[in-house]
Design a protein around this ligand. Structure first.
Ligand code: ATP
Length: 235
């Protein structure tokens, strides 16, 4: 589904991502783990077309999206939830959601249907539809940005650290939602520092350190074979 081959990202002389290769199969939930600065966000941004790659190739369902811009990437079927979790604070929850449907803006019936589905999945967003997004709690804003990305009707969802800065009970709910999305057949690449929780929902995982992939396998294999604290904490 999503194939990343020899991907490199440089910031001037800083080599943030050093020729990494990984795949996410249809319907799979794959986690990309690693400590601060490992290169996870740079990888996500490069795939999403938000950052120029310095080498390598990204293909989605066999289609080369390496040099595509963010809108072209979304149109190809890949939506991203960045770690910045930015909502348009003065717009309502409903207006924020409709912005996510930009590429389908003429398909009113399809958007209504998708919105109903997302309201079932995120009832809190239905309750808060006319509230300004800036007044939502952190956990609600995270739900909103995930739901907004899903309004684009992607076949692959990239989630960058959805649990960042949220209270444990909220993190629990966010992960439950990620599992529900996986069960609905969505293909997901989940970037996380929250290793235990990410492995609990992932089919497979890759561990990054200093811009390279240092371990990969099923969640069980990663748990049992790699020295997670060394890779994850960079120790
Ligand atoms: P975090 O979880 O802290 O976001 P990460 O694994 O996502 O970490 P990246 O944000 O991709 O890591 O950063 C990888 C490396 O690239 C780091 O050394 C970082 O300092 C560097 N880097 C990231 N963004 C820039 C930038 N805009 N300019 C220069 N260097 C950058």
């Amino acid at each position: 589904m999503l194939d990343v081959r020899d991907l490199s990202v440089n910031y001037g002389t800083i080599r943030a991502v050093r020729g990494i290769t990984f795949t996410v199969g249809k319907g799979e939930l794959v986690s990309l783990l690693g400590a601060n600065g490992a290169g996870k966000s740079s990888t996500i941004k490069a795939i999403a077309g938000a950052l120029k790659t310095s080498g390598g190739a990204v293909t989605l369902e066999g289609r080369d999206i390496t040099s595509a811009n963010p809108e072209q990437v979304i149109r190809a079927g890949l939506a991203t939830v960045p770690e910045t979790r930015d909502v348009f604070p003065d717009l309502t929850v409903a207006e924020n959601l409709m912005l996510g449907a930009y590429i389908h803006r003429r398909d009113h019936a399809g958007n209504r249907e998708n919105l109903d589905r997302l309201h079932t999945l995120f009832p809190r967003l239905a309750e808060r539809a006319s509230q300004a997004a800036g007044t939502l709690s952190g956990g609600e804003q995270q739900m909103l940005v995930i739901a907004r990305a899903l309004m684009a009707r992607p076949s692959v969802l990239l989630l960058d650290e959805p649990s960042l800065g949220l209270a444990p009970a909220i993190v629990e709910r966010i992960f439950e939602m990620i599992e529900t999305l996986k069960k609905s057949g969505l293909t997901i690449l989940l970037v996380e520092q929250n290793v235990n929780q990410a492995l609990a929902v992932a089919d497979r995982a890759y561990v990054m350190r200093l811009g390279a992939i240092v371990a990969s396998g099923t969640a069980d294999e990663i748990r049992s074979t790699s020295d997670l604290s060394a890779h994850y904490l960079g120790g």
